[in-house]
Ligand binder design. Structure first.
Ligand code: PBG
Length: 344
């Protein structure tokens, strides 16, 4: 056919279906309002949980060097910080405690007047509507820094369950709405559910750290919580990073034992597992944007290498896009402020 034939004139020839030039994806991005309308994933302050560190042995805020802007707090300061978070619209805080003294069985974790129990009472008084979540683990409370009782050089799973259950009950007594076991012992969700029900707390939720990996990303947290194991590491109880199918089994077991919410932790190197868990389970799904992930952003931003606000927006939105309903993040207060002022 001749080139000048009207049959193939660009004006009259039919457009190819479903492709350029009839389809121009850039039409979808032409203005800020269009982009706002067409956003598939939302990020809201309702999605955030703010972790707080409460320390028995301090009298004022103690900055955590590897986590700029995050402090260890006294009970009074924790109540103030919880109040500030609540005023920003953050619905929940997650408490970690540093006890007065540590011992082999982590007694401080389940003491009626333990540090997080005291902080919980102070926060409930200051801010009754805030959802209080207690991290249930022994590592901040044991002299050896492991998440359970040591027997013959290793962590004894079944003996540890009783102490975790006692910790959960003492947190419920102190007013925690949700208990969050982060130890990775087998059977702890069931043990905690039974203990809470028996103690008269069938209304308290369990947020299980179901797929929690033995990760280098917890480094700054261990500095903050003084919970580095004194010998060995956590690889016999926390998961091996390459394993995805095993992560689904861990979640499945926690669901069967009575978890109300399940978690993948850390978040960024495990986004595939957030997506898989979302596809497979209908429970609320939580992702923990952990201390090392926070520290990397802060360090790069402090050097002027990245734009912190943009990076935090992409990270938090990415975790939501992968399928998490809720994000535990040290960025929560900043992100809440940025969302409020409309700058992210
Ligand atoms: C306690 C616990 C840890 C974190 C949450 N709960 C540390 C660990 O397992 O070593 C890590 C949180 C973070 O890095 O922000 N077991």
């Amino acid at each position: 056919m001749a080139l000048d034939s009207p049959a193939i004139s660009p004006r009259t020839s039919p457009l190819p279906e479903g492709a350029f030039p009839s389809v121009r994806m850039r039409r979808l991005r032409g203005s800020a309002s269009l982009r706002r309308m067409l956003r598939e994933t939302s990020l809201a302050v309702d999605d955030f949980i703010l972790p707080l560190f409460v320390d028995h042995n301090i009298s004022g805020p103690e900055p955590i060097p590897s986590m700029p802007g995050v402090n260890r707090l006294t009970v009074e300061l924790a109540a103030e910080e919880a109040q500030a978070a609540s005023e920003l619209g953050i619905p929940a805080v997650l408490l970690f405690g540093l006890p007065e003294t540590k011992d082999a069985v982590g007694s401080g974790a389940y003491a009626a007047d333990g540090i997080v129990q005291r902080a919980a009472r102070a926060i409930k008084t200051a801010c009754p509507e805030l959802v209080l979540i207690g991290d249930v683990c022994l590592c901040e409370y044991t002299s050896h820094g492991h998440c359970g009782v040591i027997q013959d050089g290793g962590v004894d799973n079944d003996r540890t369950l009783e102490l975790l259950a006692a910790t959960a009950v003492s947190q419920a007594e102190a007013g925690f709405d949700i208990v969050a076991p982060s130890d990775m012992m087998d059977g702890r969700v069931g043990a905690i559910r039974r203990a809470l029900d028996a103690a008269g707390y069938p209304d308290r939720l369990i947020m299980a750290y179901s797929a929690k990996f033995a990760s280098g990303f917890y480094g700054p947290f261990r500095e903050a919580a003084d919970s580095t194991p004194q010998f060995g590491d956590r690889r016999t109880y926390q998961m091996d990073p390459p394993n995805a199918r095993e992560a689904m089994r861990e979640i499945e077991l926690d669901v069967r034992e009575g978890a109300d919410l399940v978690m993948v932790k850390p978040a960024l190197a495990y986004m595939d597992l957030i997506a898989r868990a979302r596809a497979r389970f209908d429970l609320p799904l939580v992702a923990y944007n952990v201390s090392g992930e926070f520290a990397m952003v802060k360090a790069a931003a402090a050097n002027g290498w990245i734009d912190e606000k943009r990076i935090v927006y992409e990270i938090l939105t990415g975790i939501r896009r992968a399928g998490a309903d809720l994000i535990i993040t040290y960025h929560a207060k900043d992100a809440a402020r940025w969302l409020r002022e409309g700058s992210i």
